[in-house]
Ligand binder design. Structure first.
Ligand code: TEU
Ligand code: CA
Length: 552
């Protein structure tokens, strides 16, 4: 397998709005990130993925771009960006930009022109039709908005302020390739590409089965007829001319289709964030139709997607990001066992094959939040679904219960830097409230506590770098049918590792899980005090096999 820097790296995702406010306006900004570069260097990550920092009216917090070559006013200036980029590079950190080109903001010049008249030169930069079909938006309601100016509908798979760009139009592709070059010529190290499987539309816009949103994404929105043609053109025109990395965000992608996007010789993308595990908790009704997630299915997803790498592609490994609940609340225990379960999940994240991604604040075990009122929430997705829920006669209390489980604002509360007011994120009331548990969970305390989740991440990151078998080695689940334990082998021609994770509060007898015939040396454990032959609640262990030659 080809060895290369972006396979051996670990990504850290920054959601700038909630990361660190340097100018007392309650909103995170680029200067705030610069002030934390040394912290990120100490943690030991390699690549910083910045959620969008481009000019935006912030209907969807920057995922609605009104000028792709300008910095969002609230985040600072282009000079701030240049200083952030050089500051990162001076520390050996790389910067990944968030390319959102399935749609723009409706306040982009292109759309303002496009909606003016049917014969405007920009008309076909977007999808306009005299009638709408039955497609639904990811953010509730129809995926079409009627515009009285020209008496037609325009497509928006996300909010009505995020009109979908028409990639059929070669002028649009040319504009996008130019804006990509603008940032690459500044020296950025690559792109995370927002909802990239959605850019090619079925231009006859056939109705879909709207009873199951996950199915609708797969059958009507993702993997359209020309998606690979567009990505290969993007690679030919732009990507192949730079030493960069590209990461696709892949709603609707299946493991079978993945290597069409990330296969080594495809000339498209380097790797993909898949959603095999992320959509598990949402039923046919989408984000707030909460269903019980199944542990066996969770483990099966890892086996299914590792096959993509086995077949020559590459994937990301992640358990939360700015769109999904905090990993310790969703997959661990954010109460009594917060610390051990957060460390167990760090072990999973950093011993899997692929390029891991750590979301801001997860390295200190930040948790979901339960705001008492819908008015404390900010996310356009939450607000749109809330309106729909109430219009159907629902109650605020019932909706909030679903938001506590699966709402995106769970992960968008300000990073908790210390136990001062506003958690050290800002000196004024932030754009969204801080999680009230910041006095107990913050970076300052974590840095002081040698046994903190932060130091566990730091140690694991170092360990992964020293053991590239954990990056490239084969993977096999050894207990796929076990409902409490996730245990697996990692191996290459030189080393073998056995990882065992007790995803339960019960004690687990170790002996029956350890593969026989080898001498397993305990390398990492998330408990200081442990019993040799039993795993405690949420205990994680990494063993390394001492080959026969090493035992003598
Ligand atoms: O998300 C799109 C996506 O498919 C999932 O992350 C999820 O379905 C989405 O959050 C809606 O539930 C990307 C960005 O990560 C997200 O923040 C944006 O809101 C969205 O695209 C539109 O740009
Ligand atoms: Ca600010």
């Amino acid at each position: 397998m080809k060895k290369i820097w972006w396979k051996e790296s670990v990504i850290y995702q920054i959601y700038p709005r909630s990361f660190n406010d340097s100018n007392k306006d309650g909103i995170g900004d680029l200067k705030g990130i610069i002030d934390k570069l040394d912290y990120l260097k100490e943690l030991g990550v390699d690549i910083l993925w910045l959620s969008p920092v481009f000019q935006s009216p912030n209907d969807d917090n920057g995922y609605d771009i009104s000028d792709y070559c300008a910095i969002m006013d609230e985040f600072g200036t282009m000079e701030n960006f240049d200083n952030l980029l050089s500051g990162a590079h001076q520390r050996g950190l790389k910067i990944l930009m968030d390319l959102v080109v399935n749609h723009s903001s409706d306040e982009h010049y292109w759309f303002q022109e496009s909606r003016k008249s049917k014969d405007n030169p920009y008309r076909n930069y977007y999808h306009w039709r005299p009638e709408k079909n039955n497609w639904k938006s990811f953010f509730a309601g129809d995926a079409w908005e009627y515009d009285p100016l020209t008496e037609e509908y325009y497509l928006h798979l996300f909010s009505r302020k995020q009109p979908d760009l028409n990639w059929e139009n070669p002028e649009v592709r040319k504009e996008i390739f130019n804006l990509m070059r603008f940032w690459l010529d500044k020296g950025v190290d690559g792109f995370r590409m927002d909802v990239i499987p959605l850019i090619s539309k079925y231009t006859d816009f056939p109705d879909g089965d709207t009873s199951d949103f996950n199915k609708l994404i797969k059958e009507r929105y993702a993997n359209g007829p020309r998606v690979h043609e567009y990505l290969q053109e993007m690679h030919r025109e732009v990507l192949q001319h730079y030493d960069i990395m590209t990461v696709g965000e892949g709603p609707g992608i299946t493991a079978e289709l993945a290597n069409l996007y990330v296969g080594q010789d495809r000339g498209e993308l380097n790797m993909i964030f898949h959603f095999g595990h992320m959509f598990m908790s949402q039923g046919e009704g989408g984000r707030f139709d909460i269903v019980e997630q199944d542990f066996l299915e969770f483990k099966r997803v890892f086996t299914e997607w590792d096959q993509v790498i086995q077949d020559g592609g590459w994937i990301n490994i992640f358990l939360d990001n700015h769109d999904f609940p905090r990993l310790v609340s969703r997959w661990g225990d954010d109460g009594l066992y917060r610390k051990p379960s957060a460390k167990l999940l760090a072990t999973l994240l950093l011993t899997m094959r692929g390029t891991p991604c750590i979301y801001q604040g997860t390295e200190i075990g930040m948790t979901n939040v339960q705001f008492p009122s819908i008015n404390d929430y900010r996310d356009v997705e939450i607000m749109n679904f809330f309106k729909e829920h109430m219009a159907k006669g629902g109650t605020e209390a019932a909706f909030l219960q679903a938001v506590y489980v699966n709402g995106r604002d769970n992960v968008r509360t300000p990073v908790q830097w210390d136990n001062s007011k506003h958690a050290g994120f800002s000196e004024v009331e932030p754009w969204i409230k801080v999680n009230p548990n910041y006095p107990e969970i913050n970076v300052a305390d974590a840095l002081q506590d040698r046994d903190s989740i932060f130091h566990f991440y730091k140690n694991m990151l170092k360990y992964r770098k020293e053991n590239l078998c954990l990056v490239y080695g084969d993977f096999a689940d050894t207990t796929p049918e076990n409902r409490q334990v996730f245990s697996y082998l990692r191996w290459d021609e030189k080393d073998r590792f056995f990882i065992i994770l007790n995803f339960s509060e019960e004690e687990i007898p170790l002996q029956q899980y350890l593969p026989e015939g080898e001498f397993w040396k305990l390398e990492i454990c998330n408990y200081k005090n442990r019993q040799e032959v039993k795993l405690q609640a949420w205990e994680a262990r990494v063993y390394k096999s001492l080959q026969q030659t090493q035992i003598r």
